[in-house]
Write a protein that binds this ligand. Sequence first.
Ligand code: FAD
Length: 388
Amino acid sequence: MDFELSEEHRMLKDLVARFVKDELMPLEAGVMAREAEGKGLGLDPADHARLDKIAGELGLFGLDAPEDVGGSDLPMTAMVGVEEEIGRCVTPYTLPPDSPNLRMLMQTVNERQRQAYLAPYVAGETISAIGISEPGAGSDPAAMTTTAVRDGEDWIINGRKIWISRAADADFTILMAVTDTEKRARGGISAFLVDKGTPGFNVLRRIPMIGGAYTYEVALEDCRVEGWKLLGTEGNGFAPMQLRLGTRRIEMASWSIGMAQRALDMIVDYAPQRKTFGLPLSERQAIQWWVADAATGIHAARLMTYDCAWKLDQGRDVRQEISMIKSYATEMAFKVVDNAMQTFGAMGMTKELPLQQMANKLRVMRIYDGPTEVHKMVVARNLLGRRR
Ligand SMILES: Cc1cc2nc3c(=O)[nH]c(=O)nc-3n(C[C@H](O)[C@H](O)[C@H](O)COP(=O)(O)OP(=O)(O)OC[C@H]3O[C@@H](n4cnc5c(N)ncnc54)[C@H](O)[C@@H]3O)c2cc1C
């Protein structure tokens, strides 16, 4: 067994680490200050444009996109290291394009969609959203009730979506809808490309989430979508959607490792310096155990995530591994960050350190793309099911 990264992937990880250190870290204090003033967790548009330019020049666009649309076609094992580095900093920047929707598009687009949607997406010219969750269907997306019905060449979509990130800003939303109410998740759910501004795609409200993030509620009211914007084939949207969710979950595990590693690094730097009752915190068993537990959890999560990514790259079914790493890594990192906040005392409660922002990010990550309990249910169901 060889757990070493290849030379090429290690160099890429180092390059992203430098990008994070030189470009993202210097923006972090400003981002946190604006969030503390109630202005949301966003990047100044000029900073965003500058970061895009630098990332593009460094060849960091479309890392896992196909080569024929300008990408580098890198495997998931390479992306784990990239996302771990990105996860270390709370400056909200992701290397374009966002991988989950990219993976879904790659698996489903026809030639026309490839040129119209995939190519500009890979080039970082467009942003996308995904509309799965509904007021009555979150953890169980198969329970969705939004419908798409044929009308001549077009589709008419009706329903309600909620918690949709970027819905108001995205150039297009991949919208999931039921096209066969009998078959549902077994051949009755389809994916559609819905452009920004399409009549009937009505953003109802912006919902402030913890940590300065926002999601949106969207009503689909006789929303007419041209026939060629059906993604993949009719009724077969569920499997590519799961692939998309799987990609995000591996990313989330990688970000969690990055956050936990930074929190651990902060404890290791700070604990020897801070004296209480005449001794540095680093000489207290409570803090030592937090350090040891953090290092152990990070090591375990990293190995599990690389193992999952490697198996995925081999074309293996990794649904079980994905549920394990998504729940394990987010919970592990949440605990590590919480212990780091405790180590820093009152300073750990401020909005001047990145720890509180990491805690907020991890808190929502324990919910979105499947709550921890649901992933544990999946793992247990697979095991218990096998025994029957
Ligand atoms: C910040 C953020 C961004 C999001 N962005 C998007 C987006 O872009 N697009 C999109 O479509 N959705 C998005 N979501 C929605 C997200 O995927 C759902 O919130 C998530 O799937 C959980 O659904 P729910 O909120 O309806 O919780 P519910 O399904 O109501 O579950 C509530 C709780 O019940 C428990 N639970 C549920 N089922 C089980 C079970 N089987 N066994 C044991 N316990 C269970 C869990 O503890 C769970 O946390 C986002 C959510 C957040 C918080």
